[in-house]
Design a protein around this ligand. Structure first.
Ligand code: ZN
Length: 372
């Protein structure tokens, strides 16, 4: 769902600002709850249209506050020499995408705190606006949004300071642990565990709420689930980076792969290679050179009664631009290529000659050995 193309609104301080279509869901939720629950509850005598208009404007100011929070992270990152790709609003709030991770614990600490600090400052400013306008006897239509925005920005700052990755507080925790132990991987593990704990606790609270007959916490639970997933993923990513750092494809691949001749039928391929062998993919050779890769799924796409009359050559994936990788390439770089469902394996070459085959399993077993 997050792969939907985002709409680019423009730039702020040179940083592109984007809106993902999923943001509309949360915008409508916030605007309707303000328009039809919060404001009518606080000001029952107002005309409904006033509450709706007030709800929409307040919701827009709330998301502008979120953008300010993300921009604060971004500007501090940029001062530290990290390139900021963009700031995106989506269904669970905002995210500032950096091109790289902070290189020192101090930098991460400062970057992480910059967001909540911005939210605290906004809370203070909105509160000041509320107090001044209310004291001056100006209509509640003007000060009520300020009152709400002061409260919500204060809440955003506190929530983001919860000490679990990927929340800002989790980054602060990671920076502190990283600074103390000097071990970024271990620090990420602990901060991610804390993030998973926070996320699953939120999910559990939402489930209890639903069992108790209240639907109020469903969104809260979804955010918790999202936090838990990211926490898990970020640790795996970090582990992957640490384990595969400096490792070349050539040292992880399975060397001297068994090659299937392109001229044999699928019947023979199934019997002699897939059934008898240990692999589910084979490089295919035609006229003395390797032309591509054949997998069990390529064969399965052909109806069973045509296997006796179809040759391997006919179903071979020949997209070499996608299938070949040099043995000197960094192992980390092929991970995402192998994570996709197809082709699931790459042909490893040295000086244009096939020397091995590398699968996701090869990488995973390498990572597993390292994490013991
Ligand atoms: Zn933040």
């Amino acid at each position: 769902m997050f792969n939907l193309p985002s709409l680019r609104l423009g730039r702020l301080f040179g940083i592109p600002l984007e809106i993902n279509p999923t943001w509309l869901i949360i915008f409508v939720l916030v605007a309707t709850s303000l328009s039809f629950a919060y404001f009518p509850g606080e000001f029952p005598d107002r005309a409904p249209a006033v509450n709706v208009l007030s709800g929409i404007i307040t919701a827009l100011l709330f998301f502008a506050s979120i953008v300010a929070h993300e921009l604060s992270h971004s500007l501090v990152a940029r001062t530290g020499g990290i390139k900021v790709e963009k700031v995106t609003l989506f269904m669970f709030g905002g995210v500032a995408q950096m091109e790289e991770e902070p290189t020192s614990p101090v930098r991460e600490f400062v970057m992480a705190l910059a967001g909540p600090l911005a939210s605290f400052v906004l809370a203070a400013l909105f509160y000041l606006g509320y107090v001044v306008f209310a004291a001056a006897g100006i209509s509640d239509v003007v000060w009520a949004p300020f009152q709400y925005l002061a409260f919500i920005n204060f809440f955003v700052a506190l929530f983001n300071l919860l000490p679990g990755f990927p929340l800002d507080g989790g980054r602060v925790l990671r920076a502190i642990l990283w600074g103390i132990t000097g071990d970024q991987l271990k620090a990420t593990l602990w901060a991610s565990r804390a993030g998973q704990f926070i996320g699953y606790t939120m999910v559990a609270l939402a489930v209890l709420g639903v069992l108790g007959g209240s639907l109020d916490l469903i969104w809260f639970g979804l955010i918790g689930w999202f936090i838990a997933m990211i926490a898990e993923g970020s640790y795996r990513q970090q582990l992957l980076k640490a384990t595969l750092e400096g490792v070349r494809v050539g040292s992880v691949m399975s060397p001297d792969p068994v090659i299937a001749p392109g001229a044999i039928t699928l019947d023979r391929l199934a019997e002699e290679y897939f059934l008898g062998g240990r692999h589910s993919r084979y490089p295919v050779e035609v006229g003395g050179s390797v032309v591509g890769l054949v997998s069990l799924s390529d064969v399965k796409r052909v109806p069973r009664d045509e296997w006796a009359t179809t040759t391997v050559d006919e179903v071979t994936d020949r997209d070499l631009a996608r299938l070949l990788v040099d043995e000197s390439a960094p192992a980390e770089s092929v991970f995402s290529r192998l994570s996709a469902t197809e082709p699931g394996a790459l042909l490893v070459v040295r000086d244009g000659r096939l020397v091995g085959i590398i699968t996701r399993a090869d990488l995973v077993s390498r990572i597993r050995r390292a994490s013991l």
